[in-house]
Ligand binder design. Structure first.
Ligand code: NAI
Length: 341
């Protein structure tokens, strides 16, 4: 029976994986700890490891996993910026779940936007304390506003459709524009200059680290609203904080944060956080933070479990894995219909 070591387990992860694992004939051992240099040895005698977005998957961790007998790393997420692909190549195959519910993320982005501009999160707290005052809750209509969508892939294009439903004007930036998409593409600077709201839907890459920085914030309209449901390091948090303090940024809604690794997904309510920037951001009345939960719908969790286990089954059967990735997928064996190596 194939044994899977499952890291960074939360109760909601187990619901669907437990349900399907038996059908696939797999045995899963769940570890609550994240995968990192200290925990990688737990994968002793497992052929497959299942990991997540905030696990540390560097050269040292991959080497330990390889020495322990791991030959497949199944990421139960879409993003993979936390993996040293070069260190894995030739040793450990890597699969991911490229799309589990782009609707979940796009809908959460709109939920954040609506809360940010209509102050729903403040109203909720007020009315629970029988404070029915409307002072300070003036919002603005989304209808007729210009929204800049950065990244027009699976999530970005669903978000664009939602925004069009609200009667918004949509501007897009993507280094690989899709000519089939009915959208107005422009360059990033122009998008920043013309948008009332900017929403990020691109991956974190060497080119996109700190895409939102002092310079690009400087291009933006006064009182711009920024939504980030992609990856934290797309935004320079210090620059964001400055933009909020100077009142250049009207509101920010963040589902991700560049230093989220040790904090998000955990209950830190009785801890003093080490991260001053995060504490200051959370303390701002016009900043709304959710804990990387955009993906968290029943449909997404079900798809994540099915797709991950199907990839593992393909690996066990010696078949090509549809969702395998490496650092050179444009030249690896995949182009001739085989595994990456
Ligand atoms: P996708 O791969 O379908 O689309 C990404 C798009 O971004 C592509 O069109 C690509 O050309 C474009 N792009 C690449 N570099 C860019 C840059 N520097 N500037 C602008 N556009 C750029 O990916 P998908 O499924 O739409 O996901 C987008 C991102 O959402 C993921 O990379 C991930 O970081 C994030 N995500 C967040 C989740 C959450 O729970 N908060 C869950 C799932 C994904």
């Amino acid at each position: 029976m194939t044994r899977i070591a499952f890291f960074d387990t939360k109760p909601y992860d187990r619901v669907w994986f437990d349900q399907y694992a038996a059908d696939f004939g797999f045995q899963i051992t769940y570890y609550e700890s994240k995968l990192n240099e200290q925990t990688s040895a737990l994968a002793d005698d497992f052929e497959v490891v299942c990991a997540f977005v905030n696990d540390t998957i560097n050269e040292q961790v991959l080497e330990t996993l390889y020495q322990k007998g791991v030959r497949l790393l199944a990421m139960r997420c879409a993003g993979y910026n936390n993996i040293d692909f070069k260190a894995a190549f030739g040793k450990i195959h890597i699969v991911r779940v490229p799309a589990y519910s782009p609707y979940a993320v796009a809908e959460h982005a709109m939920a954040l936007l609506l809360s940010a501009v209509r102050h729903t999160h403040h109203s909720y707290v007020r009315t629970r304390e029988f404070n029915f005052s409307l002072n300070g809750l003036v919002g603005f209509d989304l209808h007729g506003k210009t929204i800049g969508v950065v990244g027009t892939g699976k999530i970005g294009r669903i978000f664009i459709d939602i925004c069009k439903g609200f009667g918004m004007q949509v501007l897009c930036f993507d280094p690989y524009p899709d000519p089939a998409l009915e959208a107005h593409y422009t360059d990033f600077e122009d998008l920043c200059r013309r948008s009332d709201i900017i929403s990020l839907h691109c991956p974190l890459t060497e080119d996109s680290v700190h895409l939102i920085n002092r310079r690009s914030i400087g291009w933006m309209k006064d009182q711009v609203v920024l939504i980030n449901t992609s990856r934290g390091a797309l935004v320079d948090s210090h620059a964001l904080l400055e933009g909020i303090r100077s009142k250049k940024i009207g509101a920010a809604a963040l589902d991700v944060y560049e230093e989220e690794g040790e904090v998000f997904y955990e209950d830190k309510s009785s801890t003093i956080l080490d991260d001053d920037v995060l504490m200051l951001l959370i303390s701002m009345p016009n900043v709304l933070v959710t804990s990387h939960q955009a993906f968290l719908t029943r449909e997404a969790l079900q798809n994540i479990a099915k797709t991950t286990l199907t990839s593992i089954e393909s690996y066990v059967k010696g078949e090509v894995m549809e969702h395998e990735i490496c650092y050179q997928c444009d030249t690896c064996h995949k182009i001739s219909g085989q595994r990456c190596f």
